[in-house]
Ligand binder design. Structure first.
Ligand SMILES: NC(=O)c1ccc[n+]([C@@H]2O[C@H](COP(=O)([O-])OP(=O)(O)OC[C@H]3O[C@@H](n4cnc5c(N)ncnc54)[C@H](O)[C@@H]3O)[C@@H](O)[C@H]2O)c1
Ligand SMILES: N[C@@H](CC=O)C(=O)O
Length: 499
């Protein structure tokens, strides 16, 4: 392990113990028994921030043993007792917000204000589910059987494996883990190899909050190997995955043998529809906000911007002006709007998407890559004349590449917007109530946001349709992913049971 570089990250923290370079299993910081490890890089500078061990298969199964043992006690706690421990975790997340944000900016690259926002956002799920755990009500069922009482109770499903991506390294964990833990389930988190340190800081704070050993575990290792073991394990009852549709499909297949509960939050290809009645400037500013957050590496990023032909040119002009004002640089510096992309392959993918669009007739309206401040940076790009034949239309570009297309009427834009295998989120900008209702109903998306860039938060049932996923996270439905419904029939009660 490179102590000099590790020291560099820890010296930036008020509490250096939040920077951990071990896995966390059964309440213990754990190294890999086979000596395998992986370096973690700052995408802004390319420097190694530290190293993480890869656990061996037996150690991954050891995490399942630990979770199995912890389940007995954790599920037996009253909901309000679990709530207290989760609220203590929430308080610690808030108290350590600045350090958590620094760790996140260093490993993920997003600007520090965005990282602070994500810590706040991630913590909000812990508070929400801490409370929601007290409301996992069952039902009373009017009996059709003589002298019987019927009903349901909710029980924790069991051990949950949580596999998460690098673009939101903290909130994608807490949205799952807090729901599972509030329901009474222990969790085994497998974070992305690019951003493990946020997950490990969460583990450190969970321990300080009094979450018992084995309830919150973080395993590290070769992604495909770890996932295969967790999916094959019969004792793991639920898998919740956030990441690409490609990997989501693989994991769904791998969970078939043990018939697990599977929740998938996968890729998006969000249309951003602008109606003819909109002020071009208002709509363009909103579209820039919906496109460039986290440098476009957001499942909710506006991927295809569809603008009514009557205001198309004015919209493009306003969009370009607003986009030109965005600053690109190291997220630790002040006044930065876009940090780096996660790694060099992401930059290469973005460049190939732009080249493909230009070769198929799109116009490069803005986006000079010679101004990029480093090899992992990609300057915002504006393409006009985008068509369905282009990758920028069909693929989730996950980069600061905006593609704009003109349309002529509502029926056409509905067809265009739905022309994708994805169905996560869609944006609609118009003040015409009839158009709003028509689009809202016709769009094949799990979430539709009208005249608002911000759409997420703890009360929201977050999730997609089509190949964007299965299930919902957050909201009153989020905890159901970790609960079984047990039906009971109490027979031979005598006439007192009523109906
Ligand atoms: N719908 C949502 O809520 C949501 C939220 C955030 C990100 N995402 C999606 O995530 C994607 C970007 O994240 P990413 O690049 O980290 O995704 P990814 O699918 O490459 O990786 C996600 C996780 O899966 C692991 N993984 C990678 N390859 C694997 C394999 N072969 N077998 C098992 N596990 C494997 C990774 O280590 C990581 O932990 C985008 O498609 C984005 O839209 C979706
Ligand atoms: N912004 C999304 C994460 C997608 O990448 C969220 O709020 O969950």
């Amino acid at each position: 392990m490179n102590m000099k570089l590790s020291k560099t990250l820890s010296t930036l923290l008020d509490d250096p113990r939040l920077f951990r370079q071990y896995a966390y299993v059964d309440g213990k910081w754990t190294h890999g028994e086979g000596g395998r490890e992986e370096a973690v890089f700052d995408p802004a500078t390319g420097e190694a921030l530290g190293h993480i061990p890869w656990l061996e298969p037996e150690q991954i199964r050891g995490a399942v043993d630990a979770a199995e043992a912890a389940f007995v006690h954790w599920r037996a706690l009253r909901a309000d007792e679990r709530c207290e421990r989760l609220l203590a975790w929430y308080d610690l997340l808030q108290a350590n917000r600045e350090d958590l944000a620094t760790i996140m900016t260093l490993e993920q690259g997003k600007p520090l204000p965005d990282a602070r926002g994500e810590v706040e956002y991630g913590a909000s799920f812990v508070r929400w589910f801490a409370e929601e755990g007290k409301r996992t009500y069952g039902d009373t069922i009017p009996s059709h059987i003589p002298n019987a009482a019927l009903g349901t109770i909710k029980e924790p499903v069991g051990i949950a494996a949580l596999i998460t991506p690098w673009n939101f390294p903290l909130a994608m964990i807490t949205r799952k883990a807090a729901a599972a833990m509030a329901a009474g389930c222990p969790v085994i988190v497998k974070p992305a190899g690019e951003t493990p340190f946020s997950a490990l800081a969460l583990a450190e704070l969970a321990e300080r909050a009094g979450i018992p050993a084995g309830v919150f575990n973080v395993v590290l290792g070769e992604a495909a190997e770890v996932s295969r073991i967790l999916c094959a394990e019969e004792r793991v009852k639920a898998l919740s995955f956030t990441g690409s549709t490609r990997v989501g499909r693989l994991l769904l297949e791998q969970c078939a043998n043990t018939v697990k509960r599977v929740s998938l939050e996968l890729g998006g290809n969000a249309p951003f529809i602008v109606g003819p009645d909109m002020d071009p400037k208002e709509a363009a500013y909103a579209a820039v906000a919906a496109k460039f957050q986290t440098a476009g590496q957001d499942c909710l990023a506006a991927n295809r911007i569809l603008v009514h032909e009557s205001i198309h040119d004015a919209f493009v002009e306003q969009f370009a002006e607003r986009m030109a004002a965005l600053t690109v640089g190291n997220g630790l510096e002040s006044e930065i709007d876009l940090g780096p992309l996660i790694h060099r392959q992401a930059v290469e993918k973005a460049a190939s998407i732009v080249d493909d669009a230009i070769s198929r007739g799109a116009t490069l309206a803005a986006g000079d890559q010679s101004a990029a401040p480093g090899p992992n940076f990609f300057m915002p790009v504006l393409l006009t004349g985008v068509t369905p034949q282009m990758k920028v239309w069909n693929e989730e570009n996950f980069a600061p590449v905006a593609g704009i297309t003109a349309y002529s009427d509502d029926d056409q834009v509905i067809e265009m917007a739905n022309d994708t295998e994805y169905g996560l989120a869609a944006y609609v900008y118009t003040h015409d109530i009839r158009r709003i209702w028509k689009l809202l109903r016709a769009l094949e998306y799990g979430m539709v946001s009208v005249n608002s860039v911000k759409m997420t938060g703890p009360p929201v049932p977050f999730g997609g349709v089509k190949q964007s996923g299965l299930g919902r996270e957050g909201g009153i439905t989020g905890i159901d992913e970790y609960l079984e419904t047990k039906y009971y029939c109490l027979g031979a009660l005598g006439s007192v049971s009523g109906s």
